[in-house]
Design a binder for this molecule. Structure first.
Ligand code: SF4
Ligand code: SF4
Length: 404
């Protein structure tokens, strides 16, 4: 697509990157077929092709309005369009640039600003989030059904975190909301890897930066990334850990991009690239051969998060591990489509989010599974809010299989 960038961005690193991406788009529209928001809303401006056109116009200096921003806000950043695009358009990177430009040239309502500021302040702070969650959990019995479904019951680890005892060590990201919502996930990962001869260690650290970055507080999101690098760096520099493991695919997709996101920061560029290179989704550090078939363990539907299949390009790996552990996987239609969670999207775009969740749950439950497995805490909480079928992290199922 021919593009004439406006003076304010021409020649900047962002402008050059955006222009290179825009040039690849041939406007064929193949991507619309796999875009969840286009499927729900049916408006070309809520499809990847339409959004690319809006961003191109904004980067060329055309007037932008609240309507332009709304179409970008409605994008889940699921990146299904990237998987579909035959021309290799890196939509995810373009939308980061486009959103920053549109945000700077429009004004949100006071309510919108307050809501986004509250999310950006509260979610990355684990202690604050845990406190607010506990209050909600205490009030849970008194809440109307609609609201009660939004507050998950209090969760405690189902087993201990084994003390480090192996020569092989890996770091694991604690994350921001996961320790409060599902503290068993990292503990289960530690138990599984401990049985495989690897000690998993956590260091006190905060959010990976995804929350604030994707709320368009991009500079604060980068601050979170730098803080996390600082927390991990001593162990990485001393060569004490062979990998950095992500148990939430949303965080994994972001940390794997640190090298790119901090490439213009001379002080952090090299560290960020090294951190990204060492970062693995949990499924990538599990042995290829899996843990060995056990007795039949029941029917599972696997929901592959967008950040796993589109963001990190990991497909079929978790499914193979679950099957290897004796679980029967039921077929799931439209497995490439987002469940509507998408970080803070379920709060900021509740109607589209709920519609996508209903569609996803219908597909996941069609084969009448005993449980739904996923790889991301956001998807887990979001899906669990819409069904009585238990939704678990796949590592918890593997932990159970290995323990018996
Ligand atoms: S992003 Fe890719 S699939 Fe979509 S219109 Fe552009 S070239 Fe076609
Ligand atoms: S990232 Fe997802 S929601 Fe956004 S345009 Fe692409 S397919 Fe549609």
């Amino acid at each position: 697509m021919q593009t004439e960038l406006a003076d304010f961005i021409r020649g900047t690193p962002e402008g050059e990157e955006a222009e290179a991406i825009l040039r690849k788009c041939v406007h064929c529209g193949f991507c619309t077929a796999t875009c969840p928001t286009y499927q729900v809303l049916g408006d070309d401006l809520d499809s990847p092709r339409g959004r690319i056109y809006l961003m191109k116009r904004a980067l060329e200096g055309a007037p932008v309005s609240g309507s332009t921003r709304t179409h970008l806000d409605r994008c889940l950043t699921c990146r299904a369009c990237e998987t579909t695009c035959p021309s290799g358009v890196r939509y995810g990177r373009l939308v980061d640039i486009g959103r920053a430009v549109v945000e700077a040239r429009t004004t949100r309502s006071v309510r919108d600003r307050l809501q986004r500021a509250a999310l950006a302040f509260g979610l990355p702070r684990t202690s604050l989030f845990r406190f607010a969650l506990r209050l909600g959990q205490l009030a849970r019995p008194l809440l109307p059904d609609q609201l009660r479904r939004k507050v998950p019951p209090r969760a405690v680890p189902e087993g201990a975190w084994p003390a480090p005892r192996h020569r092989r060590k890996m770091l694991v990201l604690a994350g921001c909301v996961q320790p409060a919502l599902a503290p068993d996930i990292n503990a289960a990962a530690a138990r599984v890897l401990d049985r495989l001869g690897i000690s998993l260690v956590e260091v006190p650290a905060g959010c990976c930066g995804a929350v604030r970055f994707h709320l368009n507080y991009q500079s604060k999101g980068r601050d979170d990334m730098r803080s996390l690098i600082d927390a991990w760096w001593p162990m990485v520099e001393r060569g004490e850990v062979e990998a950095i493991v992500m148990t939430a695919s949303g965080c994994g997709a972001t940390v794997k991009e640190y090298g790119h996101l901090l490439s213009r920061d001379a002080a952090y560029r090299e560290k960020a690239a090294r951190i990204s290179a060492m970062t693995k989704d949990l499924s990538e550090v599990m042995p290829e051969a899996g843990i060995g078939a056990r007795s039949s363990r029941g029917r599972i539907a696997f929901q592959s998060p967008c950040t796993l299949q589109h963001g990190q390009g990991i497909r079929g790996r978790v499914e193979a591990l679950l099957e290897g552990a004796g679980y029967e996987l039921v077929p799931v239609q439209d497995a490439h489509l987002c469940c509507g969670s998408a970080g803070t999207y379920s709060i900021l775009q509740p109607d589209i989010s709920k519609e996508l969740r209903s569609r996803k749950l219908a597909c996941l439950q069609e084969g009448q599974p005993q449980a739904i497995a996923t790889a991301n805490i956001g998807c887990l909480s979001h899906l669990q809010g819409g069904t009585r079928t238990p939704v678990r992290h796949w590592i918890q199922l593997l932990d159970e299989a290995m323990a018996t």
